[in-house]
Structure formats: structure tokens, C-alpha cells
Design a protein around this ligand. Sequence first.
Ligand SMILES: Nc1ncnc2c1ncn2[C@@H]1O[C@H](COP(=O)(O)OP(=O)(O)OP(=O)(O)O)[C@@H](O)[C@H]1O
Ligand SMILES: [Mg+2]
Length: 378
Amino acid sequence: MTELRVGVIGGGQLARMMTPPSINLGLTLRVLAESEGSSASLATATVGDYNRPEVVLEFAKTVDVITFDHEHVPLEILEKLEESGVSVQPPSRALRFAQNKLEMRQRLAELGLPMPEWAKITEPSQLADFIYEHGGVAILKTPIGGYDGKGVRVVREAAAANDWFQNLADFGGALLVEEKVDFVRELAQLSARRPSGEFKAWPLVETIQANGVCSVVKSPAPNASASVMSATEDIARTIAIGLGVTGVMAVELFEARDGRILINELAMRPHNSGHFSIEGSITSQFEQHLRAVLDLPLGDTAPTAEHAVMVNLLGVDSENDFLPSYGIAMEEFPGAKIHTYGKGARAGRKMGHVTATSSDASSALATAEGAAAVLLRG
Ligand SMILES: Nc1ncnc2c1ncn2[C@@H]1O[C@H](COP(=O)(O)OP(=O)(O)OP(=O)(O)O)[C@@H](O)[C@H]1O
Ligand SMILES: [Mg+2]
């Protein structure tokens, strides 16, 4: 009997949420996890260090395609895999732009895509000049290693980044500075592309962050015009083709007060902005990712309801435990779809999410937020 085997590097919640569609489709999902008891340990998990080439190469021998739960696998390792004939999706030549925000800005500029003003800097004096030229404030980012807002700072004086300048080597030798966009909201455009070229996008969504971490996603983005929605789909298509991206990709965007749509950053994997698609779309981002990396035809991305709202369960403290509140949450909000990730509790950590769909946007929001509040109360 034929077998199709997908290997995911990283044992987080994204790998975990690939499990149900892999079971439905009869695929074999294997995970290379950082540790025992990872969020994705429901799948066949091997524990090993993704920074060690021999570990990743051994793991790759057990699957037909390698893909990712996170973007941190060193490029040299992925290039080695590709040289030895392993299918890596997205390929290293695309993933490099998701690993390094400076390379991403450079490449998107070559493609003529709309972005905040930005510069590559290596000296505090360059930061001081940029701040001066941009109204006394800027956003400073470490090009590599950031996530959930770590590695992003609002700066009003160059001295506020001395620690980063002193450790430039850790960030690839330079920092990324950007204009602080006066945005009315943040948006995300989710899409998928197969190695053989097929491309599909989901409707544009609005993302709301709390302390730099995604907290609520509304699909579709409220009051987004048809022209904005087709423009963001075009942006995603241009990026996917231009960078050679395969699998699911999320493009994080700003809607500026002056109406401009600007690209913030890219993720080349299923993304928090797409969790709504598990219930809110005919094909979820997790199923689509599996189909795409195996170069199978992509599924329909049409919505299953007029509105879907996803609310993250962000850890409050180390005592967080959702199961005791399941009874109340489920009784009060039978329409809420609860997802928990089996992760140890920590303040601010993404521990799970709740999605609600409805023909009415405010009732979807009320259901998802209501259930999340009950679960977080413990
Ligand atoms: N140029 C900018 N102007 C205004 N706000 C910004 C800018 N860049 C980033 N931000 C804010 O900081 C948040 C985090 O930035 P970014 O997405 O680059 O970091 P990250 O840590 O890689 O993110 P993620 O949470 O997606 O892992 C953004 O969602 C946005 O709210
Ligand atoms: Mg981001």
C-alpha cells in the first residue's frame, strides 16, 4: 500500500493542529520535536535537536517531504537536505526571507511591494538619524530570532538599543529600523501555493494584538472593500511566486490611517491568523498546508459561515488549567469550538484558542470571547 509521509520540524501547536487533517486524509505525520511531551506529541514524534544536521538528515529519511512548525532550522541544514535530494517545502531559497527580516525587506523592495520606510543599520548614529527623520520615533527590530513581539521595540532615542548594538553578531550583524506606522488596524492575508504552481488565498482577516501578541482574529476583515481584498491577494500571490514560497504563507499587513496597505512581515507556515479556518473555511490552513507540501490539488478556501472569530487563550500565569472550566464554557457557549495545545502554562504564552462562526459578526465575537473568558478564569 502506498504511504504519503509528511515530516514536520518543530513540535508546537502548529504541528499538533496538522494531526487531525493528516488522520482524515490517511497521511503519515511525523514530527521532530524539541523535547518529550511536546504540543505535537500526539503525532509520531522523534525527539531531537534541529540544529544538528545528522539529526535532521536521519529524520528526513523517514518521510517524503520536510516542512515546518517554526522558521528556526538553520539554512545550511536545509540546503544539505536539498542537496541530498530531500523535498523541503517551503524550500531554503524561500525560507531564508522568513528567517531574516532584513533580507525579507530587501527582496520585497526588489518586487516593488508596499512597505513601511525601513533601513539596515549597524551604528547607533544611524538609528539617531532615522528617528530624527521620522518624527522622533521608530520601530527597531532584530532581523532574526524574534517572535511574539520579542525582538521589536519602539525607540525614541538611540541609547534605547545599546544592548542590541553590543550584541549585533547574534542578530546577523545588523538591525532593521522602520517608520512607526500610524495604522488603524492590522490585517493578515493567508494563502497557499503548491510546488507545481497552484495558488489559493483565504479572505483577508483583521488581527488584533495585545502586548505584541495576536489575541483576536476576525474573518473576513470587517468592512474591507473588494479592492483592498483583491489588492492583498495580489500581494500574497506576488510574494509567493517571487520568493518561491510553497505551503501556507501568512502576510501580516498594516492598514495605515492614510489608507495605504503596508507589509509588516511574512510567515511561511500555518499561522495564528489562520486558525479560524479550522471551522470557518471549507479547507483549513492545516489541511491546505499538508496538501500543498505534498503537491496535491489545493482545497476550496471559501468560508463556511459569513463570519468567523478566533480568540487566543493567552496564558495568565503558571497555574492556568482549562479543563476544570470546560463544563461551564461548554454549557454557556455550545457554539464555541475550543482548542487547547497541551502546553505547560506561562504568562503570555499561546495555550489554545476558541473559534465561533455565525451569520452575525457580533454574536461570533461574543461567543468566542465569552468562552475564552470562562476558560481563562479557570
Ligand atoms: N513598523 C511598524 N509600525 C508600527 N507598529 C509595528 C511596526 N512593526 C511592528 N509593529 C507592531 O509590533 C508587532 C510585532 O511586530 P512583528 O510582527 O514584526 O514581530 P514578531 O515578534 O516577529 O511578530 P509575531 O508576533 O508575528 O511573531 C506588530 O504586530 C505590530 O503591532
Ligand atoms: Mg508579526
